[in-house]
Write a protein that binds this ligand. Sequence first.
Ligand SMILES: O=C(COP(=O)(O)O)NO
Ligand SMILES: [Ca+2]
Ligand code: NA
Ligand SMILES: [Zn+2]
Length: 311
Amino acid sequence: MYVNTKDILEKASKEFYAVPAFNINNLEFLIAILEGAVEKNAPVIIETSEGAIKYAGNGDPIRGAKFFVNLVKGYADTLNIPVALHLDHGKNIEYIAAAIKAGYSSVMIDASHEPFEENLKITKEVVKWAHAAGVSVEAELGQLAGIEDNVSAEENVLVDPEQAKIFVEETGVDFLAPAIGTSHGAFKFKGEAKLDFERLEKVKKLTNIPLVLHGASSVPVKYVELAEKYGADLGGAKGVPAEEIKKCVKLGINKVNTDTDLRIAFLAGLRKNLTENVKEFDPRKYFKEGMQFVKDVVMDRLEFLGAAGKA
Ligand SMILES: O=C(COP(=O)(O)O)NO
Ligand SMILES: [Ca+2]
Ligand code: NA
Ligand SMILES: [Zn+2]
């Protein structure tokens, strides 16, 4: 069933587990994710960046947002697990408005590159607007390095826990993404992963709302190697080890944004399948292996985040 993201995350926050938020751009990832969540009897959050909405709507945010709401709601309403649809890294007011109007469960307003007061002001506006439409809101404090669609920043700016307390009280935001050292994309960290756990613990204590970990892909070696075996060049790809993410969950992370891992898994399956089946020209056949790998990554993540069985 299609639900509000807040319902999923409040329960997770109370019981100290996390629910993955998987980014999609197309039908194949959506089917693989939802079938993985069904198999694990788990809640799941589907999220689309503004770039995904632009892609699905061929440049029109209203068309793209409606397309995804109908696609996700249509499929989710036939399932017995809670499914939410979230706008990831909302920055462009046109896209945020389109998502709210189309019926997204929640929207992120990402104004974390702005000065604190500006971020607070913009977020407050969006919260008023979204709440009037029954839509929940995520915001971000601090900055992640790395790239993702229209989101890019030179380097990490870690969250200030005291600021987080004020921010949550003043804005009424439903869940918060504190920057604690992760970054977007497949090339995280220069050297070892270093997440600021003490900082995370302080933010949870001071805000006591569901928290979001961005840039949380682990970049599993087996799919990187398989993709490279069939011609990809992902040299130097590195992610956040699952053990580090589990530590974050224990400290109060409840939504874990995962995009890159699904992209790499699908890429590996697609390259392998196309290479091994040179006569195949039915996409329902040559997409299958990539979809299976995406489903495997989804089920593994639902398991280690503690969302399995929580539907
Ligand atoms: O934060 C993410 C995804 O991060 P990854 O690139 O690590 O999958 N989406 O908002
Ligand atoms: Ca940001
Ligand atoms: Na988000
Ligand atoms: Zn992100």
